[in-house]
Design a protein around this ligand. Structure first.
Ligand code: C6P
Length: 420
C-alpha cells in the first residue's frame, strides 16, 4: 500500500541551508573578500554539528577510554565505540573489530605496509601500483619493496588519465601479493573501477588496498560489495576533525598481521621475555587514541548521512560538470584527467603563461581558495610532464555561483599576466 501522506520525492538538496551549518563560510577573509572554498581535497570545512560534538566531548566527558573504572571513562568509551559502529555501518563492514582508528590515511597505509608487508612480502613478490597514486599510497610500498626485495609493477594510464585495465591481466601475476589503488585521484579526479580490480586481483590470489582519502567522502563505499581487503581514509576530508583516520581490514587479514606500533592498549599479557597481543581492533591501536577526534568523526558521518551521500554526490557531480565545461572555454587552460563521466568532484588544470602557484595566489586575492603544486603526486606530474597544477575540489556546500567566481578569478589572473 502507498502511504499517501509520505512525500513522493526526496526533499530537494538545499545548499543554502547546508551552508548555514558551516560557520566559516560566512566569515569574511582578512582582505574583506568572501570565501569561495574550493580546496576540499586538502581538507573539508566543519559543520556546527561536528564542532558541537567535539565541544560536548571536551566539556562533559574528557577522559581516557577505560570502561568500568569511572563514570567519565565509561561515557567516553561508549561514545567512541558508537563512533566506530557508525563507521562500520557507513562502510558496510561486517564487524566493528574490522574498524581500526588511526591518525589518518597516511598512518593507515603505513600500518598495512609495516604490519602486513614486512611480515608477508618475500623477495620477488610483486606489488601493483600506478602513477596516479598519492605519495601516501606510493612511498610506503616503494620502501617496503626495497627492504623485502619485492618488485613494484604499474598499471599503465590511458592518455586521458584512467587506469588502462586492458593491461591489468598482464600486470598481475601469480607473484602479485597486493594491488594498492586510489578510489579517486586527488589530481586527475579519475574514479577507479574498484570492483573490477578486486575481482581480477583476487583471482590471482592478491589482496587489494584502496586509498579512500578522496573517494570515501564523496561516493558510497561498501567494502563487502566491492570485496576490498583494506580501505584507508581520513576524518578531516569528510567534514570531521584532523588527526583521526580509519583503516578497515577484513578480519582474517588483520588477524594474520603483527602489530605495527607497540605499547599500551595493544597487549593482552606482557612478561619480561615476551608479550601476547590484544584482539582486534586494539592490537593496532597502541597508546591513547585521538578519542575526541574519533567521536567527532562519528558526528561527521552522521552529518553526511543526514544530507544523504548520494544527494551530495549528485550535487558535486553537477558542480564538477559546470566547472569542466566553463573552464574548458578559458583560453590557454588545459584540464588534466578524463572527461566528466569518469571523474569525481575534482578539476585540476594548467593555464599557459601563469605558474600554478601564481594562479593560486591571484585567485586568493579574489577569495577563491584552491590548491597548487604537485599535490603529493610527483610520479603523476612526471607523467603529465608538468611540475605543478592548480586544483579546484568541490564539497557539499559549494554552489554554481562559486564555480562562476572561480572562472572569473582565472580570467582576472590572465589579465594580470596580460594574457587577454
Ligand atoms: N591529499 C590533497 O590532495 P592524509 O594527509 O593522511 O589525511 O591523506 C593523505 C592522502 C592520501 N591519499 C590521497 C588520495 C590523498 O589525496 C591524500 C591527501 C591532500 O590536497 C593533501 S596532499
Amino acid at each position: 500500500m502507498f502511504n499517501m501522506t509520505a512525500p513522493l520525492t526526496a526533499p530537494a538538496y538545499d545548499v543554502t541551508a547546508i551552508r548555514q551549518d558551516f560557520p566559516i563560510l560566512s566569515k569574511p577573509l582578512p582582505n574583506g573578500a568572501r570565501l569561495v572554498y574550493l580546496d576540499n581535497g586538502a581538507t573539508a570545512q566543519k559543520p556546527r554539528q561536528v564542532i558541537a560534538k567535539v565541544v560536548e566531548c571536551l566539556e562533559n566527558y574528557t577522559s581516557n577510554v577505560h570502561r568500568g573504572i569511572h563514570a567519565l571513562g565509561d561515557r567516553v568509551t561508549t561514545e567512541m565505540e558508537a563512533a566506530r559502529e557508525t563507521v562500520r555501518t557507513f562502510l558496510g563492514a561486517a564487524e566493528t573489530e574490522e574498524i581500526v582508528f588511526t591518525s589518518g590515511t597516511t598512518m593507515s597505509i603505513n600500518l598495512v605496509a609495516h604490519a602486513w608487508g614486512r611480515k608477508f612480502l618475500q623477495a620477488g613478490d610483486e606489488i601493483v601500483l600506478n602513477e596516479m597514486e598519492h605519495h601516501a599510497n606510493f612511498v610506503p610500498w616503494q620502501q617496503v619493496a626495497l627492504e623485502r626485495g619485492a618488485i613494484l609493477k604499474f598499471i599503465p594510464l590511458t592518455a586521458d588519465g584512467r587506469l588502462d585495465l586492458t593491461a591489468l591481466d598482464d600486470v598481475l601475476s601469480d607473484r602479485t601479493k597486493l594491488v594498492a589503488v586510489t578510489g579517486l585521484s586527488n589530481v586527475l579526479g579519475t574514479v577507479n573501477p574498484i570492483q573490477e580490480i578486486t575481482a581480477k586481483a583476487h583471482a590471482r590470489g592478491a589482496l587489494v588496498l584502496v586509498d579512500g582519502a578522496q573517494s570515501v567522502p564523496h561516493m558510497a563505499t561498501d567494502v563487502r560489495a566491492l570485496d576490498i581487503d583494506f580501505l584507508a581514509f581520513s576524518g578531516h576530508k569528510i567534514y570531521g576533525p584532523t588527526g583521526i583516520g580509519i583503516l578497515y581490514g577484513k578480519r582474517r587479514v588483520l588477524e594474520s598481521m603483527n602489530p605495527f606500533l607497540c605499547g599500551g592498549n595493544m597487549i593482552r599479557r606482557v612478561r619480561k621475555e615476551s608479550s601476547e597481543f590484544a584482539d582486534l581492533p586494539s592490537r593496532f591501536e597502541a597508546g591513547t587514541l585521538p578519542i575526541t577526534e574519533a567521536i567527532g568523526l562519528g558526528a561527521a558521518i552522521d552529518y553526511v548521512q543526514s544530507l544523504g551521500l548520494d544527494a551530495i554526490a549528485a550535487h558535486e557531480d553537477a558542480l564538477m560538470r559546470q566547472a569542466y565545461s566553463q573552464l574548458a572555454q578559458i583560453p590557454g587552460l588545459r584540464i588534466v584527467g578524463p572527461g566528466p563521466d569518469a571523474r569525481g568532484a575534482i578539476v585540476s588544470f594548467t593555464v599557459e603563461g601563469v605558474h600554478p602557484h601564481d594562479m593560486a595566489e591571484l585567485l586568493d586575492r579574489k577569495g577563491v581558495a584552491v590548491r597548487a603544486g604537485h599535490h603529493c603526486t610527483m610520479p603523476l606530474h612526471d607523467w603529465l610532464k608538468v611540475p605543478a597544477t592548480t586544483r579546484a575540489s568541490f564539497a557539499a556546500y559549494n554552489t554554481p555561483a562559486e564555480v562562476d567566481a572561480l572562472c572569473e578569478a582565472i580570467r582576472y589572473a590572465r589579465k594580470v599576466f596580460r594574457l587577454s
